[in-house]
Design a protein around this ligand. Structure first.
Ligand SMILES: CC(C)(COP(=O)(O)OP(=O)(O)OC[C@H]1O[C@@H](n2cnc3c(N)ncnc32)[C@H](O)[C@@H]1OP(=O)(O)O)[C@@H](O)C(=O)NCCC(=O)NCCS
Length: 222
């Protein structure tokens, strides 16, 4: 009985802290580390882990068990990240006598200072706007994913991905593009993800056709 009350008080406090830290996001997970930035309308489902320093853009959805490591600089707006994805997965040292963090990371309590900087080693992962990452993909540290790209389920992405490319496999290779080069250029120039969401929602019926969507935006800009 007492334990159950304690548990409920703990979850209520955690719920309040999340609401105060991120008033306009919907967060079902308890693993959002300090110094994380979440945009408006971000949804983080159960058991998602977001490490310190990561910034996630407006209306990005991240499904269960996905892990965003500290090697991730940012994830853009309107991204859809499926379950069990790993983003910014960093390396251990390969040329030390042991690959175990016991001997290179002070976090483990056996040495006084860090001897290996995994962030410096590979750099930071950057995910553009409107990127779709299917289930079980791994995007390694330092890779840059262009706007509008699609990452196939179970892929391991080891190289940068151009905007609007569809990549799949291990290692991930380009299997196609979502649109023609001309449409891709126009979508990138439009930066539609920076427009007001109410306006974009109003245009949603044109989104089936990039040409119609771009024409509507153009009309509005004139
Ligand atoms: C990446 C994906 C979207 C590709 O869809 P597509 O553009 O319609 O591509 P196709 O199915 O025509 O496949 C094209 C080629 O890529 C291969 N391919 C497709 N998906 C692949 C994947 N995930 N890994 C490896 N190869 C893949 C196909 O076998 C095919 O190869 P082939 O030309 O040698 O026969 C899709 O296969 C995928 O990964 N879906 C995952 C769905 C998911 O995780 N859903 C979770 C819900 S959010």
């Amino acid at each position: 009985m007492f334990n159950s009350i304690k548990k409920n008080v703990y979850f209520f406090c955690f719920f309040l802290v999340k609401k105060i830290r991120f008033p306009s996001a919907t967060i079902y997970t308890n693993f959002v580390m300090p110094n994380v930035k979440l945009g408006k309308g971000v949804v983080l489902r159960e058991k998602v882990k977001v490490q310190s320093g990561v910034s996630i853009g407006d209306h990005t959805f991240i499904n269960e068990y996905t892990q965003i490591d500290a090697n991730t600089k940012y994830i853009g707006k309107y991204c859809s990240i499926s379950h069990n994805v790993k983003i910014g997965a960093g390396p251990h040292p390969h040329n030390f006598v042991s690959t175990s963090p016991v001997f290179y990371s002070s976090n483990r309590g056996y040495i006084d200072s860090n001897l290996y900087d995994e962030y410096k080693e590979k750099g930071f992962t950057e995910i553009g706007h409107d990127v779709l990452v299917y289930a079980n993909a791994i995007i390694v540290a330092g890779v840059i994913i262009g706007h509008g790209a699609i990452i196939g389920g179970g892929s391991i992405v080891t190289r940068d991905v151009p905007p609007y490319a569809i990549v799949a496999g291990v290692p991930a290779k380009i299997i196609g593009y979502r649109f023609s080069p001309d449409i891709i250029k126009k979508l990138l120039e439009s930066c539609w993800w920076n427009l007001d969401i109410t306006y974009l929602a109003h245009l949603s019926t044109t989104m089936k056709s990039p040409e119609a969507f771009l024409a509507e935006i153009e009309k509005c800009r004139q």
